[in-house]
Design a protein around this ligand. Sequence first.
Ligand code: FAD
Length: 290
Amino acid sequence: MKIGEIFEQKKKEGRPVISFEIFPPKKEEALKNIDETLGLLCALKPDFISVTFGAGGSAVDNKTIEIAKKIKNNYGTTPVVHLTCLQYDREEIRRLLDQLEEAGIDNVLALRGDVNPNVPTKHDFRYASELVEFVKSEKDFCVSGGCYPETHLEAPDAVTDIRNLKKKVDAGVEHLVSQLFFDNEKFYSFYEKTRIAGINVPVEAGVMPVTNRAQIERMVHMCGASLPPKFERILRKYENNREALLDAGIAYAVNQIVDLIAHDVDGVHIYTMNRPAIAKRICDGIKNLI
Ligand code: FAD
């Protein structure tokens, strides 16, 4: 099923889309357990599951498509395949799109990716919008894109970033998924700006349950999400108590999602970090809201 159709359906029902994100495990051992992870995640009945794409990896041998096929064929859940473009040329992307079509996958999250010092950047695509145009000219996929409530780290300012986002939507993006954030007010303000800019596609709010301090520091460094004082207080108080931080991180994520749903957001995208037990606790916490 195409993501655009899922949003239309959910809108008619007056309910938010709830989706998950997973990544292909790097370690062989974890990859062997992926079926169990997928089984548990799909049992929670997300509207779709997106699978990240290791930028710079082999285009042919990428585990992303294998996992997306399992999600669709073994569990009947709609998959979305992330695709990045900086390290690939048109021919390589075309081959990936052929593979997706053969696998019966309908949805692609088109991303630029980041420069990887170990893998040369190719020059067919400079921005995600160029990948979006290319995918749309080749195939009939539903194409999603990424967006940044607190502005992309390389953008000179928020207005320029939103103008660039509009170009991406004009190129054919039908749905946006936001970078993670911990302060819902940032998302509401960003959402309003997208509407003022004439961006009318659904925007899903990205929520990541934080379960350890190292993880959050890495994330903040990578994506520039700001930490509200109440969140910092939790980190400070429980940083040396794993179990307590896990409880507090899940409670914070549930709280964020309750507020997002009360604000009638289009959808919530949960960065599951491949941890179904955490996803389950979050879903249990919102089961009567969705
Ligand atoms: P773009 O939309 O191309 O934007 C990148 C920068 O270029 C921005 O600063 C933008 O303002 C600017 N820009 C855009 N268009 C123009 C233009 N026409 N002229 C001038 N400037 C322009 N990375 C992975 O490697 N694998 C993944 O699976 C993955 N999944 C992600 C999922 C989500 C939901 C998100 C939000 C990000 C994900 N990323 C992933 C990270 C992403 O690749 C990086 O954030 C990357 O730096 C930007 O990607 P983009 O597609 O948003 O880029």
